[in-house]
Design a protein around this ligand. Structure first.
Ligand code: SF4
Ligand code: FES
Length: 247
């Protein structure tokens, strides 16, 4: 396939940035999207040009590092996958593909397609943890009974990989789906009860401090989430938040 790529290039966080056109030829439909960018970067390096900076790590959909807005959609045209799991067979010969970073005031561009998502780390530090007795008398987790429904819902919430696609998809750049997944996985398990009363309040306060927008229930976050995190988690977060205010 021969493709025209329109890629966001930005030297650093203070540079204005712009879309730059690239032609790439002979792309195999079996390549992953990131392999296609690897080929482009090899060509740029051989010509002495600056390669396109983009985030990636596991390349198997589990680390949350890859983060491209492809033709206006976080993680591209396929449902329930990350950018690293996207294959070029989803595109056609002669296509024009726009490739941009995830955009949000709370995710400043570092360079080209790389954004700083450390705001998510700070939200996690505000409440995304549990206290465990490490005195030597720690109870084996497998010996603590957990209701099957709660276990299933907690596991589903825990599949959030912190990629930030929910923020990029939301017209308000809200981080509610991410925060709700993190709050839910602990609220539903016995191990998460020690900090439960303050967790939602603290994580929401940090979310607001980072500059993420409010939730207006449009559901774009869940629709674009590669792990299909459910909106029911946002309802649970709202309940947890109210409970933390009254306790
Ligand atoms: S909720 Fe989904 S889209 Fe948002 S950070 Fe988690 S995995 Fe990514
Ligand atoms: S590179 Fe790890 S999820 Fe895509």
């Amino acid at each position: 396939m021969d493709l025209k790529l329109k890629i966001w290039r930005q030297k650093n966080s203070s540079d204005q940035g712009q879309i730059v056109d690239y032609d790439i030829k002979g792309v195999s439909p079996d390549m992953s999207f990131l392999e296609m960018l690897d080929v482009l970067n090899t060509e740029l390096i051989e010509k002495g040009d600056d390669p396109v900076a983009f985030d990636h790590d596991c390349r198997e959909g589990i680390c949350g590092m890859c983060s491209l807005q492809i033709n206006g959609k976080p993680h591209g045209p396929d449902a329930a996958i990350t950018t690293c799991q996207l294959h070029m067979r989803k595109f056609n010969d002669g296509d024009t593909i726009y490739i941009e970073p995830f955009r949000s005031r709370a995710f400043p561009v570092v360079k080209d397609l790389v954004v700083d998502r450390s705001a998510f780390d700070r939200i996690q530090h505000a409440g995304g943890y549990i206290s465990v007795n490490t005195s030597g008398n720690t109870q084996d987790a497998n010996a603590i009974p957990v209701n099957k429904d709660n276990a299933d819902h907690a596991f589903d919430a825990a599949t959030c990989i912190g990629c930030g696609a929910c923020v990029a998809a939301c017209k308000n750049a809200s981080a509610m789906l991410f925060v709700s997944a993190k709050v839910s996985q602990y609220a539903l398990l016995p191990q998460g009860q020690v900090e439960r009363k303050k967790r939602a309040e603290q994580m929401v306060a940090q979310m607001d401090a980072e500059g993420f927008g409010a939730c207006t229930n449009t559901g774009a976050c869940s629709a674009e989430c590669p792990k299909e995190i459910s909106l029911t988690n946002i309802a649970r977060l709202n309940r947890e938040f109210l409970n933390s205010k009254f306790n």
